[in-house]
Design a protein around this ligand. Structure first.
Ligand SMILES: C[S@@+](CC[C@H](N)C(=O)[O-])C[C@H]1O[C@@H](n2cnc3c(N)ncnc32)[C@H](O)[C@@H]1O
Length: 342
């Protein structure tokens, strides 16, 4: 029998993909990358430092080295590789929080219930955890911090592309609604010294904003406002930025948020969404797997441009532009319907 074609190998690799993901998560949980910062180390030393079983740790690390996450040197020593550097916790684009967040038990429990979502359309995380992921992370602050840090990394990673996709310098005040710990707003203000900002998110989330805003030297231009976007959002901004917020919510909830934004806006103010725009059939895995993540974890969805237009229209907002920044991020601009032609 002939060797199976490449498609067979590709599908098999997808089927077994969770094994690689799990291995990276465990290496991150053990802090292996930080232990290799000063140069290669022997696996026995690493085992002592991490309280693990040396022969089993060796098998973990050589497997990860086989796919480039670490480098295996002679005599059972391991070194950082270009990929592994992103697991160091102080790297400005550290993927350590993402490895530990996506690999956290509660995320696995939610993904184990993907079939529940597919059968019922319901949110797998709520089914598995008894509450939504936001409440779960509020109750488990360690998981909340890992989520916020994961958001910071991806915001910084895509920051330049988002800034290139829209001229934020034209606004006096940008309100970042659901702005997390302020990474997106910090990038905007650092690039535009005349712009001031309002950072709005849940109280336990904005509590972590100070170091982020200070590190970017923009804290003196930001009002930090704790609150709930289902109740109300601050008025007085020229632009209302919602970065990866509405994709967390089904239409009914997303509309409630948008209508609160619309109520707070002056007629000449603008709404800016940083969101995926789902592409045509048979392509765009970045947006489409993000969409599955929304189905399973956050309980929301990714949307096509037409779906964004319809959602915005439900809050009396006209979609006026959608500019691609990265594979999974567009900047979508909207204006109050009444201001059409202004
Ligand atoms: C996917 S994160 C995006 C964070 C940030 N905009 C970014 O792009 O990095 C969604 C944010 O919505 C916030 N959020 C969830 N429920 C909220 C609520 N009821 N009121 C205000 N913010 C909320 C979360 O705390 C989280 O920071």
């Amino acid at each position: 029998m002939d060797a199976p074609p490449q498609e067979f190998q590709e599908l098999l690799a997808v089927v077994r993909g969770y094994q690689r993901s799990r291995a990276v998560t465990v290496a991150a949980e053990l802090g292996i990358a930080d232990l290799l910062r000063d140069g290669p180390r022997d696996v026995d030393e690493l085992a002592v430092a991490t309280g693990t079983h040396a022969p089993a740790l060796y098998r973990l690390l050589r497997a990860l080295a086989s796919i480039g996450v670490f480098t295996e040197c002679a005599q059972r020593r391991f070194d950082l590789s270009p990929m592994g550097r992103y697991l160091c916790r102080d790297h400005p684009l550290s993927l350590d929080p993402a490895a530990r967040m996506f690999g956290a038990d509660y995320e696995w429990r939610a993904w184990a219930e993907l079939a529940h979502s597919v059968r019922t359309g319901g949110n797998a995380a709520v089914h598995a955890l008894g509450c939504d992921v936001w409440e779960y992370r509020r109750r488990h602050p360690g998981h909340g911090e890992l989520f916020d840090a994961t958001m910071r990394t991806s915001s910084h990673a895509d920051g330049a592309a988002v800034l290139a996709a829209h001229d934020f310098g034209r606004y006096g005040v940008v309100a970042d609604i659901g702005g997390g710990t302020g990474a997106v707003l910090a990038d905007v203000l650092a690039a535009h010294p005349s712009v001031r900002g309002i950072l709005f998110d849940r109280p336990h989330v904005v509590a972590g904003a100070d170091p982020v805003l200070h590190a970017a030297a923009v804290a003196d231009r930001v009002s930090v406002v704790p609150g709930d976007f289902f109740a109300e959002v601050p008025s007085g901004a020229d632009a209302y930025l919602l970065a990866r917020v509405l994709h967390d919510w089904a239409d009914e909830h997303a509309l409630r948020i948008l209508r609160n934004v619309r109520r707070a806006m002056a007629p000449e103010a603008r709404v800016l969404l940083v969101e995926a725009v789902v592409g045509p059939p048979n392509e765009d895995p970045a947006a489409k797997f993000l969409d599955l993540m929304m189905l399973v974890s956050a309980g929301g969805r990714e949307r096509t441009e037409d779906e964004w237009r319809a959602l915005l229209a439900g809050a009396d907002l006209d979609l006026t532009a959608a500019t691609r920044a990265t594979a999974a991020k567009h900047v979508i601009e909207a204006a109050p319907t009444a201001s059409r032609g202004v």
